[in-house]
Design a binder for this molecule. Sequence first.
Ligand code: SF4
Length: 444
Amino acid sequence: MKVKCVTLGCKLNYYESCALGEEMERRGYQVVRDGSADIVIVNTCAVTSRAGMQSRQEVRKAIKNNPGARVIMTGCYAQYNPEIADSIEGLAAIVGNAGKASIPHWISDNEQLESVALQPESFGFSGFMPADALKARSFMGRSRAFLKIQDGCNAFCHYCIIPFLRGRSRSLGRAEIVTEAKAIADVGYRELVLTGVHLGQYGQDLKPEHDLTFLLEQLLRESRLRLRLGSLQPQEVTPTMINLLADEENNLCEHLHLSLQSADDQVLASMGRPYGQKDIMFLAKTIKQLNPRVNIGADIIVGYPTETEEAFKNTFHLLTDLPFTYLHVFPYSPRPGTVAAKMKDIVPAKVKKERVKILYELEKAKKTASYKEYINHPLRVVVERVHKSKGELISLSGHSRNYLNVSIDDFISHETTTFFKREIKVFPHAFDGLKLLAKIDSQS
Ligand code: SF4
């Protein structure tokens, strides 16, 4: 029997889909990425109204393109709107986030699956859930590995629906994380991305309590993988973590992705975010003073109800002044059930669009300036893609430790087939506006 996992949304969903696929393979099913399947699991997202719309579309597409298949809807949109099951003809089951790990069991014991379209207990959140039992050690042909070390969130930022869909923050134990990291290294991965819903809350629920920095120090001692951190809030980046990020001799990548959302104090306060402009400036400047090669990126929401023209300008000016290399910019999307959804949405869609455009123009200028600094400076890249045409190798591509996009188009005479997933040393010789073009170091 063929199983297909369709994934929307974040790295966490991706990790869980990989784990579901692995569990189905352990149970003798064949996991396919293309073509039709007998069972399709759609792992949905509800972070914005657009993500919700795309999730419904993917479920309907799965039912249409896989006639006779059992289609299971799970993930945050299933959790957010289980009633949707009544309006989607041909859906076999809808399973909440807490029940994800049980899906393989329900599928192989299809008796249960056939009879109950809705799995009520899968929508509840209590304690450490089976959902967290999902483990992945292969990543659907990708060269970088992921590890979900935390789930849920206790913050309830005023615009965010996630705490209602993924429950309270809970963490995987350190010993289990080290075991998974070693297993992932043993199957040939060179880079591991640590991910969670709210990574900065890692360890707060564990006994004895400890934080992400403590975990990082242990992982750097015990694992040979290069580690990359998922997104963090400014106040969660500890002085020790700053030193670890800046130190190019350890295995922690010089890359910090900040979930900022705004850089205006009044907007941040009305979002319920626990930091301000001063914290952002202090962090960015401290890191760059320690090591200018640490690459900093940020998530920004534009058009939040309280974001006046003045407030947007404050965000723009701070991002202009600070050493950010890239931005992910999202137009605010009201989520019913959140505090902000009750606010009067004062920013017209046209203005949101304009603000997204302005910030991406800023990003383009900053990225160009930053990338050009690396021409003729060696970088270590994990090869993520091998580009071929008519069997002929054209180029390799991947990310450097400090998350620069690199294309390797000059291989000298290296036997290149073995490069996928490997970390290689390269010398950038140009920037084409999107990525660095590099040649391989003769010693790689
Ligand atoms: S920290 Fe805020 S934005 Fe992030 S998941 Fe939690 S509530 Fe949502």
